[in-house]
Design a protein around this ligand. Sequence first.
Ligand SMILES: Cc1ncc(C[n+]2csc(CCOP(=O)(O)OP(=O)(O)O)c2C)c(N)n1
Ligand SMILES: [Mg+2]
Length: 355
Amino acid sequence: MSPSDETDYSLAAVNAALTPADKIQLFREMARIRAFENVAVQHYQAGRMGGFLILQVGQEAIPVAVRSLMGPDDHSICSLRGMGTAIVSGMSMREGMAELFGKATGCSKGKGGQFGFYAPQHRHWGGHGYAATQTALAAGLAFGLKYQGKTGAVFCFLGDGAVNQGTFHESLNLASLFSLPVIYLIENNGYAMGTSVKRSSAINGSLARRAAGYKIDWDLINGDSVYEIRAKLQPAIERAYHEHRPTVLELSTYRFEGFAIADANKFKYRTRLEVEDRQQNHDPLRLWAAQLESENLMDQEGLKRIKAAAFAEARAAAEFARTSPRLPPAAIMTDIYWEVDCATAAGSTGRHFFS
Ligand SMILES: Cc1ncc(C[n+]2csc(CCOP(=O)(O)OP(=O)(O)O)c2C)c(N)n1
Ligand SMILES: [Mg+2]
């Protein structure tokens, strides 16, 4: 898919309103995701973390551009490829890194690891392992916003693999039927584990087009371009805020690593040439850096300083995580059900709906 066109998205009102400092901040946030994930990989490979390590390296422009447009009553929710999405939502690198190390200082007290990246205080609701689960939860969050009379939207990230799950289609149907302010963002990185989207979708060329079957507006976006993402997101936000209507946006992107760091097959289902081409020509950090340079907002030295500061923050977070304590084993019995932790009647009887 190549949704790029000749439109100059820097001229869109939402981008023309950006100050030089805002534009540099967008680069800083992308650099922070990359630094966090690269430092995490070093510790993962040194055996200091368990489970999966699933990276957004190559996809950074999307969470950063989306978060930059979120207002005070907006919420986000995503799949398990979302450590960076949590970090740009406001979760500190320390909380994130400690979670990966399984430490008590982690955002979920080290109980979730990669799957525990939740930041409800920043209106970010995880981090969902089962493909497309978050699409139904997003519809529920959007229902809540509308019910409470708030002007907000729910930004729900999902992968190209998740669009084939029934849950997604049930969610689209209800979002349209109930007129819910939810924006589905399909991060089409070309693969679901080792399966190419070309082999998994009955319609080639566009996944978002399926939204038409539910009377939902949709669009295609070059997910490497900060300006294009912001420009095309704005009408969806207006639609959510003022009409309570859902939107489906499909963003073309690419993951530079395998499905997870332990993906031994990462060159079996795609060629090295393909990966190298994406790294050379579609790296969102390189592209945004070049944009900043072309607008005379930053030079190579300035960009290097920002990247170095991001790595220093990530390394300090890893040191914090390494030296943090673990929870005692008995803590495994808490934080499962709110009712049990809070000793409610429902928690002690196990009965929630029927006596
Ligand atoms: C319901 C369900 N089926 C299978 C899996 C196993 N699984 C984990 S990730 C994944 C692929 C997801 O691909 P995509 O939605 O494109 O997201 P990406 O990993 O590319 O970000 C699969 C099949 C799962 N987590 N949930
Ligand atoms: Mg995918």
